[in-house]
Design a protein around this ligand. Sequence first.
Ligand SMILES: [Zn+2]
Length: 193
Amino acid sequence: MLNEEPGGHGVLGPDDIRLIPGAGRAVRAAREAGYLAIIVTNRAQVAKGFVTLTGLETIFARLRELLAQDGGIVDAIYFCPHHPEQTPGGAPEFQIACECRKPGTLLLRRAIADFGIDLGRSPLIGDSLRDIGAGHAMGLTSYGVRTGYACRDVERYPDRAPPVPDRMFADVGEAVAFCVAHPAKHGQAGQPD
Ligand SMILES: [Zn+2]
C-alpha cells in the first residue's frame, strides 16, 4: 500500500522497497491531520525462509527512511511472520496458523490497545481484500487503493462474498486526502463482511 509490489516472493531485502509515489507525503499529511500512521503487514517471507527477522528489520528501517525523506514518520509497524503452509526450506517455528496474519485481527487489536485508538475515527487503508476484511472485522471503515494488489484478490474468497472496500482510491495519497477532508466519514460504513 505504501510500497510497490515487486512480484515474485515479494520484498526480500531493503533494495526491493520502492515507494508508491507520494506515500511519504501521504503519511506526513495524515499525521499533520492528527492521525497516527501505523503499518500492519503480513510478512510470510519469514515463515517461507526467504527473510530472517533481522532481515525484516533492515527492510522496515529502509521503508521508514524512504518515507521520512518526504516527511512521513511512521508511529509503529506490526507484522505477522507466519504462514500456515509447511513449505520446504521454511522456518518451522513460523509455519503455523495464527491470528495475526490478515485477515486475522490480532495485530489490529494490539495496535488499537497499544495506542488507545478510537475505532470510530480511524480508517484503514489497504491494497488487498485481506486488509479490508481485517478492518471490517474490527468495525473500521476500510478504504482500498488501486496500487499493489488493487483489491482484486477475489480468488481468496472462492466460497463466499469477498469484502467490499467502503471506498476505492487511486493510491494512498488520494485516500489520505479524502480522510483528512472528511474525518466524520469514518465509523459509519465499516460493517463486518
Ligand atoms: Zn501471524
